[in-house]
Design a binder for this molecule. Sequence first.
Ligand code: SAM
Length: 281
Amino acid sequence: MQSGQPSRTALAVATYRAVHQVLENGCIFADPLALRIVGTDIEAAVRAAESDPSSRRLRLFIAVRTRFAEDALKAAVAGGVRQLVVLGAGLDTFAYRTPLDENLRVFEVDHPVTQAWKKQRLAEAGIPVPARLTFAPIDFEKENLRDGLASAGFDSAQQTFFNCLGVVPYLTNQAVFSTLAFIASLPGGAHVVFDYMNPTASGSEQDDYAAAREAIAARVASVGEAFKSRFETDELHTKLTDLGFCEIEDIGPELIRQRYFGRSGSPSSDRGGHVVHAKTF
Ligand SMILES: C[S@@+](CC[C@H](N)C(=O)[O-])C[C@H]1O[C@@H](n2cnc3c(N)ncnc32)[C@H](O)[C@@H]1O
């Protein structure tokens, strides 16, 4: 992130969700606050998206990962989850548009500058902050997440769901695994949903969208938020198991294609963007 500036990718991702409401009627992920929270010229963003059909794939991936996380959260709350931590919350609107279960507390963790900007966006858009939501301004590359959450009132004995979308690629491997180790160590049990990218393969292993992914990597680097981590799926699963996660659901391009777009036919490459739901019990 550029020093003293809110995350540019947080605005970009929220804009993709807003454009999804307009161009696809929110068919994968419906968010009645998506346009309001962004507050910029959505018509211009829609026109830009229409004139660049290659942006559709990323827009739909962002819609899918949010839908996947919220479906998993809904089931987890029914199963006894009492705390939601949105790590790197950006302009996520879940807590502001969903009638929260009366037993659920929400913590939004983000870089302090981005979080201050979000609060301003909420106020400007007239979106009230629910009483059960606590903001925790934490830079988790530099500060200790355990301490930061504890001072916000987080109870590690309660079963907790961590939503961590669009964040892992921007963290160093060390920050990724220390965050996951903290989540796995919680005595109350935890779920985590996050997305990650596979490294680009070389030669004949390379898939059709590798060039598009590298173009995105160049774009985010140019706004000071370069990708710092990518994982091979098998290696990541081994690492998650070693940390203590015992159930892992991972959807990659092929499963996403089948599950959310109803496409069958010959399987395509499964390399690219993945979304994972892992739990410790
Ligand atoms: C691409 S945005 C995703 C936002 C949100 N999760 C979503 O899906 O809309 C990345 C988010 O990670 C946050 N982030 C990145 N590095 C961070 C760090 N070291 N500490 C805290 N937050 C960080 C940014 O401030 C930003 O809100």
